[in-house]
Design a protein around this ligand. Structure first.
Ligand code: SAH
Ligand code: SF4
Length: 335
């Protein structure tokens, strides 16, 4: 799909054409210009030649409630996107924001791939459209979007915001900002900017350690931006937006899951507007997942400390489709 040339083609056209096209692509999920029946035929032909709408996806693994797509970009680089179907007609798409990721977290399969480039806003939206087109045939729709695939959204800030605005546009995809979530490894400058966007998009922090020392060991970003700096930026975010923060915390065996760390986490998060999402670790070469008992014990300590805890993203693991784990085990090469 490459729709960059649309504006040029529309130069001599009446203004409402733009809206008709937005509606066709993002609202009706056309995959071929011949389906854009509101447009005159000569315009459809012109668009078909210059702006292909087909999305190249090499393979789609489906398993139970999850589907994973390997999307091939114009320059042949590959990214992954996942659809997770929950009960009650909630269909969440997990999108990538970059090809690979420059942050190099030790526990993350994407981090191991290295970094190729940022995605454009259209390439981010394309991942959502891929599944929206599928779901339309099943009389369903995408109801939630999470930026928890490959890449760090806050270092591709402008394109991520542009994608959110396209998805939020009432004349097109029309998904409420509250149904979208961004997860970041903790870029203070990005968090502060995000606080001022005036968007009601949810924010998650990949915390994964309650102190800077441990965090530096598993998340190199912490050496540049200390945990304290990140928490200061988040405080500003909460002050401005009054929105809750989701603190993601991966349960890695003997690394992040000890009772001492749970107590430390209680101290760190007491009084915060937010909650902890305890994430089951998807095994990689380097670390192992915590035992069920450890997770229960950890959770109990948090709850005794009056911290709200949820446990999400446990499904999709069978296809390595759990968010944040997109590249694992499929031996994806991004180039
Ligand atoms: N780069 C962003 C968003 C993508 S990762 C970020 O790091 O927040 C989405 C989530 O999956 C993050 O919380 C990430 O730390 C987590 N994750 C990474 N590797 C994982 C693994 N092997 N098992 C479980 N979660 C993982
Ligand atoms: Fe990048 Fe997030 Fe993986 Fe860290 S956890 S390497 S920031 S995708």
């Amino acid at each position: 799909m490459n729709i960059q040339g649309i504006n040029e083609i529309l130069i001599d056209q009446p203004k409402y054409r733009q809206q008709q096209i937005e509606k066709a692509i993002y609202g009706e999920f056309i995959s071929d210009w011949s389906e854009a029946i509101a447009l005159p035929e000569h315009l459809r032909k012109q668009l078909a030649e210059a702006c292909p709408l087909d999305i190249h996806a090499e393979e789609t693994i489906s398993s139970g409630d999850s589907r994973k797509a390997l999307i091939i970009l114009e320059d042949e680089l590959k990214i992954e996107a996942v659809l997770m179907m929950h009960k009650g007609d909630r269909n969440t798409v997990c999108v990538s924001s970059q090809v690979g990721c420059p942050m190099g977290c030790l526990f993350c399969a994407t981090g191991k791939l290295g970094f190729k480039r940022n995605l454009t806003a259209d390439e981010i939206v394309e991942q959502v459209l891929y599944f929206a087109r599928q779901l339309k045939k099943e009389n369903k729709r995408v109801t939630n979007i999470v930026f928890m695939g490959m890449g760090e959204p806050m270092v591709n800030y402008d394109n991520v915001m542009a994608a959110i605005r396209i998805l939020n546009n009432p004349n097109g995809f029309n998904l409420g900002a509250r149904r979208m979530s961004i997860s970041t490894s903790g870029i203070p400058e990005g968090i502060r900017k995000f606080a001022r966007e005036g968007l009601e998009v949810n924010l998650a922090l990949s915390l994964h350690a309650p102190n800077n020392e441990l965090r530096c060991k598993i998340m190199p970003v912490s050496r540049r931006h200390s945990l304290e700096e990140v928490m200061d930026a988040l405080r500003e975010y909460v002050d401005i937006t009054h929105r809750k923060i989701m603190f993601e915390y991966i349960m890695i065996k003997d690394v992040t899951d000890t009772p001492e760390l749970a107590h430390e986490l209680v101290k760190l998060l007491s009084g915060w507007l937010g909650y902890v999402n305890l994430i089951n670790y998807n095994q990689t070469e380097m670390f192992a997942p915590s035992t069920r008992e450890r997770i229960e014990e950890f959770k109990q300590i948090l709850e005794d400390g009056h911290i709200t805890v949820v446990q999400r993203y446990t499904f999709g693991q069978d296809i390595d489709g759990a968010c944040g784990q997109l590249a694992a085990r499929t031996k994806l090469q991004i180039d």
